[in-house]
Design a binder for this molecule. Structure first.
Ligand code: SAH
Length: 213
């Protein structure tokens, strides 16, 4: 499947929808305007790729809703060249949005099938994360810490301690916390043991699972 002017038109409309829903970060919006989301999905869903909805990908997972991707990306408040850890590579769409924001991305995925597929796919579109890891996001990535931002794209039943401790001072963790539905939660590291917490309403994610699969 190719990227066409019809797709570009649909993306422009999607950006308008996201602005209406309250997204303001121009770097995030232009990433969404540029990235061919239909190529991250099964071709049978291709016609719906620019609706503001989540869709199934492989291994019973989902590609997050564009509004959710934009909301989480905006909350990270990243500066160019920042170092970001993503938990839940999935289709790689959120990874691509981060890379369009000119940051260095380390991404962890626990499903072997998705890890393999996305690791091959992203470079074909010209997206090259610093590292893609088949592993467990609950433990983070100590050897590359600390991070300016950490984004979790699966519903976490609790906040994993290693993710807090792998933030730089001033760094931000954006994580949906909860079982059935999740509350989007932002932690800003203020000091060695000091964190500011803010909550941003309900979202719905596939669950963050333990161990590799
Ligand atoms: N950002 C992705 C979202 C995928 S859904 C996208 O937009 O396509 C959430 C992803 O988190 C799934 O791919 C799932 O396999 C992965 N995941 C779940 N638990 C995990 C864990 N403990 N560590 C790393 N990834 C995990």
């Amino acid at each position: 499947m190719k990227d066409t002017s019809k797709h570009q038109g649909l993306r422009n409309r999607l950006v308008t929808v996201l602005i209406e829903k309250g997204i303001t970060d121009s770097v995030v919006l232009s990433a969404i305007q540029k990235i061919p989301r239909h190529l991250f999905m099964d071709s049978s869903f291709g016609d719906f790729a620019y609706q503001d909805k989540a869709f199934p990908i492989a291994a019973n997972q989902t590609i997050s809703q564009p509004y959710t991707v934009a909301f989480q990306s905006e909350l990270l408040k990243l500066k160019p060249n920042a170092k970001v850890l993503e938990i839940g590579t999935g289709s790689g769409y959120q990874t691509a949005v981060l890379l369009e924001m000119n940051v260095k991305v380390y991404s962890i995925e626990r499903q072997q099938e998705l890890y393999r597929k996305t690791k091959l796919f992203l470079p074909k579109l010209g997206y090259q994360p610093k590292k893609m890891i088949f592993g467990d996001g609950y433990i983070g990535l100590e050897e590359h810490a600390p991070f300016d931002g950490i984004i979790v794209t699966a519903g976490a039943p609790f906040v994993p301690k290693p993710l807090l401790s792998q933030l730089k001072i001033g760094g931000r963790l954006v994580i949906p916390v909860g079982e059935e539905t999740q509350i989007m939660t932002l932690f800003i590291r203020k000091g060695e043991k000091e964190f500011e917490k803010q909550e941003f309403g309900d979202f719905r994610f596939v669950p963050m699972l333990k161990k590799k699969n």
